[in-house]
Ligand binder design. Structure first.
Ligand code: NDP
Length: 338
């Protein structure tokens, strides 16, 4: 059995997370028992939710235990199998964690899924046709529930969730306006992802300016908003929201290192008779098949080809993860392990 490089959570962050919170180790891979599969990971997914799990405090997900392999989604191939449904060479996605190999009990529900890489690249199963894509689908379809012609906005528009949201919204005949950090990301959101417009929030560092930019980009107001960031962006959207606007509260990454994110004027939720609903995608397994089918067909049809930020080698994972929390990624953040 192969030697296996792993990254453990070594300590909990005090404030901002740092590379010192992680530890790279090497371990033996245990031999397979009946029903188990050895998977070699080609890609590791880095996701903002991992920051919350590094803390010990109360959250919607259990904290990541100290001294254990960092948890996370992986895509790879079966190397050896003692399970009748898997064979060496099968492309698979699972939750193998920050390590080169994992031994998986393949009968555990949701532990390992064979995927078809004929029309969808393997890495996309961790992004557009994976958890981030389904997240966009759930917030759009189940919370915002748009009509054709609605104006929708989304923050962190160039990222894994935001890029999928744009394609799904456009497929429903909506006008979709992104909010992203910097001219390069905004040009990509407009030109490559096909959004109707994109606002660079860094050019609008105060509420009056960001609100005016939203008004210019959304002259008919905002009917639905998908929030990934929190803070100033949400304040500005509330100012421009139409009556009965819906907000899918997906993430508040601006506060993941502990910064408070007060709302400037929550009375606007009442004034506009708005719906603001938070959600966790893993609590809605019933929508995954339908969502993945639509996302897969958007990718296969060339209507969703989002970019990826790929770090090379397991040792690069901590820095890539810290960069994701600062917006240094440009598209879905992955680590290539082969
Ligand atoms: P992204 O690929 O969008 O990467 C994160 C992006 O967030 C960065 O590129 C950056 O984009 C933006 N960002 C980071 N820090 C800040 C900050 N301090 N202020 C403003 N923007 C910042 O990540 P994902 O697509 O994977 O995730 C997007 C959001 O969705 C996250 O909030 C995540 O927690 C949430 N999520 C929620 C799920 C749920 O079930 N509720 C499931 C999956 C994801 P820019 O440079 O444009 O600012």
């Amino acid at each position: 059995m192969p030697r296996n490089q792993q990254i453990l959570l070594d300590s909990r962050p005090q404030g901002e997370a740092s590379a010192g919170n992680f530890k790279l180790v090497e371990a033996d891979t245990p031999p397979l028992a009946d029903g188990q599969v050895l998977v070699r990971h080609h890609y590791l997914s880095l996701d903002p939710y991992m920051r919350g799990r590094m803390n010990a405090g109360k959250s919607y997900a259990k904290p990541q235990p100290l001294g254990e392999v960092m948890q996370g989604g992986t895509a790879g191939e079966v190397v050896e199998s003692r399970h009748p449904r898997f064979a060496a060479g099968d492309p698979v996605v699972g939750f193998g964690g920050w390590q080169q190999y994992s031994v998986v009990d393949a009968d555990q529900p949701g532990a390992l899924r064979k995927v078809d890489t004929a029309q969808v690249p393997l890495s996309y199963y961790l992004g557009a046709v994976g958890m981030p894509g389904v997240t966009a689908w759930y917030g759009l379809v189940k919370i915002i529930a748009p009509k054709a012609g609605d104006t929708l906005t989304v923050s962190a528009a160039s990222g894994a969730v935001g890029s999928a949201f744009g394609a799904l919204a456009r497929a429903r005949g909506c006008r979709v306006v992104g909010i992203a950090g910097g001219p390069d990301k905004c040009a990509y959101v407009r030109d490559a992802l096909g959004f109707d417009d994109c606002i660079d929030y860094r050019r609008h560092p105060d509420l009056a300016s960001l609100s005016a930019a939203l008004q210019a980009a959304c002259p008919d107001g905002i009917d639905g908003h998908f929030e990934n960031v929190g803070g100033l962006v949400l304040d500005a959207v509330l100012q421009r929201a139409n009556p009965y606007a819906r907000v899918a509260l997906c993430g508040m990454i601006a506060g993941y290192d502990g910064a408070p994110l007060p709302l400037a004027n929550p009375a606007l939720i009442l004034v506009n008779r708005m719906k603001v609903e938070g959600f966790i995608v893993t609590e809605h397994p019933e929508v995954w098949p339908e969502a993945l089918a639509e996302l897969g067909s958007l990718v296969a049809g060339g209507r969703l080809r989002p970019r990826e930020s790929i770090a090379q080698g397991l040792a690069a994972a901590p820095e890539a993860f810290l960069g994701l929390l600062k917006g240094r990624n440009f598209g879905k953040q992955l680590v290539r392990l082969i």
